[in-house]
Design a protein around this ligand. Structure first.
Ligand code: URA
Length: 433
């Protein structure tokens, strides 16, 4: 078999066989197929697309390209959740203890953030003492006893995807639905998920800017799940403004705990309950979504979801007292108010600009080597639909840096105003299963 023939086949709009896809991914992982040929193939896929079968086979070939996690010693159905990434997205911190509180095992591997979106691992590492690394035995034991453990990504998971993603980044081939879908799903399958709930973000702050594109991506991932025997549900949710009121690390932990007490922001609570309900049904705890939502809501109100969060923090070495005393989390030295210069209804709030502003304050990494300041972040006081008078507080910036002028400017310019009331987009657009 020759790679040049496979590139030509795809260039001419034909489908590759399973053996051809495996040949290509094995060869690329082993450095036997060079980057220039893989780039040409990615560009051919960008223009010609891939069939459902090809996309599923590419996913499986990438999932098998390195280590795979065997979670079979864990009792029950392992349901994983993946978000395509957004600003202020702390739903994993909420959903993990919430779903565990109804007895569904949560064995989660999470990543760090880069650029304007934060990672779950970074948020948890802001908790004094919290350990993200543990042995496989400890991980399995914690999930079997507490129903919940969360570790950072380690080992050599999906090396083919790592290489291909980096290549796509510099060859203008990131934005191809079969390549994105297989990249995301290969990681979930390699990390041992039996069933998967996907949170596909739509809007200005998301990877997918239009509902139509998000729907295509979600449908492709759900189809991959079907082909590979993993029940998969995709929730299309709004990312035309940041999620919740807090952006950063320590402050997002605080906001997650507020939702876990049943007193969190309505939209953040809504997306958390929607995702958690699907996970709980896929995990076999309930027969239908309505019953799942009712029971999960009860766990928020009766304190059991927060109690599970406390136990989880303590089990991974963190200080559980942060649950009652938020001041034990890292605190910034400087708090700067950004006030509105205009009057009107907030019509748009660019999530990406707010994310970049938070990064400039120290809450995120510009490069992989940057250190995070867990105390840095932004508290949002006005969101889309709110009426604002000149001089009203828009956001508060928290930082240990002496200079915050660029962040202040980015945060202010994220807002757009109009004279008449605006309709706020729904939190959930649709569910694809
Ligand atoms: N996230 C991924 O993991 N892969 C992509 O290709 C795009 C977003």
């Amino acid at each position: 078999m020759r790679m040049v023939d496979l590139i030509q086949k795809k260039r001419d709009g034909q489908s590759l066989s399973e053996a051809e896809i495996q040949f290509m991914i094995k060869g690329y992982t082993a450095d036997e197929i060079p980057d220039y040929q893989m780039s040409a193939f990615a560009m051919a896929v960008y223009f010609q697309g891939m069939s459902e079968e090809e996309t599923a086979q590419l996913t499986m070939a990438m999932a098998d390209s390195g280590d795979t996690v065997d979670l079979s010693p864990i009792e029950g159905v392992i349901v994983d959740k993946h978000s395509t990434g957004g600003v202020g997205d702390k739903t994993s911190l909420i959903i993990a203890p919430l779903v565990a509180s109804v007895g569904v095992p949560v064995a989660k591997m999470s990543g760090r953030g880069l650029g304007h979106t934060g990672g779950t691992v970074d948020k948890l590492e802001g908790i004094p003492g919290f350990q993200i690394e543990m042995t496989r035995e400890q991980f399995i034991d914690n999930v079997n006893t507490l129903k919940l453990a969360l570790v950072g990504q380690s080992g050599n998971l999906t090396p083919a995807d790592k290489k291909l993603y980096a290549l796509r980044d510099v060859t203008a081939t990131v934005n191809s639905i079969p390549l994105i879908a297989s990249s995301i799903m290969s990681k979930k399958i390699a990390s041992g998920a039996d069933a998967i709930v996907l949170d596909v973000k739509v809007g200005s702050g998301a990877f997918m800017k239009s509902l139509e594109d998000a729907r295509k991506l979600a449908t492709t991932m759900v189809q991959i799940g079907k082909h590979l025997g993993r029940r998969t549900v995709a929730v299309l949710s709004d990312m035309n403004q940041p999620l919740g009121h807090e952006i950063g690390n320590a402050n997002e932990v605080v906001e997650a705990m507020q939702v876990l007490t049943g007193m969190g922001e309505a939209r953040l609570t809504e997306i958390s309950l929607t995702l958690a309900s699907h996970m709980a049904v896929l995990g076999g705890a309930f027969d239908d979504l309505e019953q799942a939502r009712q029971e999960l809501t009860a766990k928020l109100k009766n304190g059991q979801a927060l109690a599970t969060f406390r136990t989880f923090i303590e089990a991974q070495g963190g200080n559980p007292d942060i649950v009652d005393r938020h001041e034990l989390l890292p605190q910034a030295k400087h708090h700067l108010e950004v006030r509105s210069e205009k009057e009107g209804y907030v019509s748009a709030m660019d999530a990406e600009s707010i994310g970049i502003a938070a990064m400039l304050l120290g809450a995120g990494r510009e490069t992989k080597e940057d250190r995070i300041d867990y105390a840095a972040g932004i508290s949002i006081h006005k969101k889309v639909g709110d009426f604002v008078k000149a001089g009203d507080l828009l956001v508060e910036l928290h930082t240990n840096r002496e200079q915050a002028a660029r962040a202040e400017e980015m945060a202010r310019s994220a807002y757009e105003f109009v004279d008449s009331p605006v309709e706020v987009k729904p939190m959930i657009y649709e569910i694809i299963e």
